[in-house]
Design a protein around this ligand. Structure first.
Ligand SMILES: [Zn+2]
Length: 438
């Protein structure tokens, strides 16, 4: 198999550089290094960052304190929840009504006929965009319950190897939960565990409580036996708030769990009363559950009611979860498919659109962490994204001197991967993304 040519890194033998930049103070790992560096009202600190051989060698107060830097430096972003396998499938599988049920039906139909070329087109186009937009790691759920599941997972291994130097990839096998109790499920789980990937599934109301409990129990036991983490689409709904989460907590009461479990969506939990949210959050913290909130798809798909706009919308209660000590990150979820027609693997866009929905402000530490350090924790990455001496020179430079401008004006950006500046955006996207050969 031959893959299309991709964005190249500029060859630089030293992989070195030095920039005077604005860095969010809460992303600077060691405060001692920048004592006395000025911090503006948006929490941006003027510092000088120097790197060599792909590693940051020093971070210190800018030499020319009179000149405010004109670029913001951020670590390369981590996308904690994507669907690379169906991105950009909108044209062959649209969902014009925008509801969850219609998205599901369109997805199932599209998956049935998804060819190898279509699968690779989605994955490669997504990765190319993610790279130039400044994403350095992605966890992607992969539809894995059809006759092409094994083929797709073999292809993903090739893709992962090919992209290893540019983007860290982690995959989650997305299946109906009871699939894990079948012989095929066991085979797939072994393959997934061997690759260091994750088991997934969907728990969305309405469901049969007894049957779902059994499926969940089996999944948690299977994952512990294979030492494989879990990431669930859970409570992506607008009724029976947190019904899936309550069931999961009951299961965790019954078994000894030593693997990490991520709850993606958890949207209906936000509809509960404050006391109930707080009690559940405490239970979640005790079980070390992690959360990925997905404001864009939740806002688009959920809370619809014919030609009536509802004011109350399901969304994970991010602040209350953070308060309970739970790691919460924000993901982009679907891109240009039946679940969500818009978006383009741009983390700056994701931040800009999430701000009004989730009230996450980039100048607050807990407003920025869901897009940076918490996302890195969810993927269990070696580097948490804090900028300090000894960490990778993996960052983006935004041509802007304030958060408000950066999130409003689509500023130019430069991406640095392991100390090297990435080339310009490919001029002809179509030629890059359309040349797959089997
Ligand atoms: Zn999803």
């Amino acid at each position: 198999m031959k893959f299309a040519k991709n964005v190249e890194l500029i060859a630089s033998p030293t992989k070195s550089g030095c920039v005077d930049v604005l860095v969010p103070r809460c992303l600077i790992g060691n405060g001692q290094d920048v004592l006395g560096a000025p911090i503006d009202k948006e929490g941006l600190s003027s510092v000088q960052v120097e790197w060599r051989d792909g590693t940051i060698r020093s971070i210190k107060c800018s030499e020319e304190t009179s000149n405010i830097p004109t670029e913001i430096l951020l670590p390369r972003f981590v996308e904690p929840h994507a669907h690379l396998d169906k991105a950009f499938s909108w044209s062959r599988s649209p969902n014009l009504k925008g509801s969850y049920q219609e998205a599901l039906a369109a997805n199932l139909n599209e998956y049935q006929f998804r060819s190898k070329d279509e699968f690779l087109f989605s994955v490669e186009k997504s990765l190319n965009l993610a790279l130039v937009n400044g994403i350095g790691a992605i966890r992607s759920h992969i539809d894995s319950f059809g006759k092409t599941a094994m083929r797709d997972w073999d292809l993903l291994e090739i893709v992962r190897t090919k992209w290893r130097e540019k983007i860290f990839l982690q995959f989650v096998a997305l299946v109906p939960l009871d699939f894990w109790q079948t012989y095929e499920g066991e085979l797939l789980a072994q393959k997934v565990a061997l690759n260091g990937d994750l088991l997934g599934g969907v728990i969305a109301y309405p469901f049969n409580k007894k049957k779902m409990f059994k499926s969940l129990l089996n999944l948690v036991q299977l994952a512990n036996r294979l030492k494989c983490d879990i990431d669930l689409h859970i409570d992506e709904s607008q009724s029976s708030p947190a019904a899936g989460l309550k069931l999961l907590l009951q299961v965790l009461d019954r078994v000894k769990n030593e693997i990490s479990i991520t709850c993606s969506h958890l949207s209906s939990m936000g509809l509960l009363r404050e006391k109930a949210i707080s009690n559940l959050a405490k239970e979640m913290a005790k079980n070390k559950l992690k959360v990925v909130a997905l404001p864009l798809t939740n806002s688009w798909l959920l809370g619809r009611k014919d030609r009536t706009n509802l004011i109350k919308r399901p969304l994970a209660p991010i602040f209350q979860l953070q308060k309970a000590g739970i790691v919460v990150s924000v993901g982009g979820d679907n891109v240009n498919d039946a679940w969500f027609p818009l978006s383009n693997f741009d983390p700056i866009n994701l931040m800009a659109f999430s701000m009004p929905i989730a009230h996450l402000s980039p100048w607050d530490r807990l407003g920025l962490s869901p897009f940076t350090t918490s996302a890195a924790h969810i993927l269990n990455l070696q580097w948490d994204g804090l900028i300090q001496k000894g960490t990778p020179a993996d960052f983006i430079l935004l041509d802007s001197n304030s958060w408000v401008n950066a999130l409003s004006e689509k500023p130019k950006r430069k991406v640095v991967v392991k100390g090297e500046f990435l080339n310009e955006l490919p001029n002809d996207k179509n030629s890059i993304f359309s040349k797959f050969e089997s």
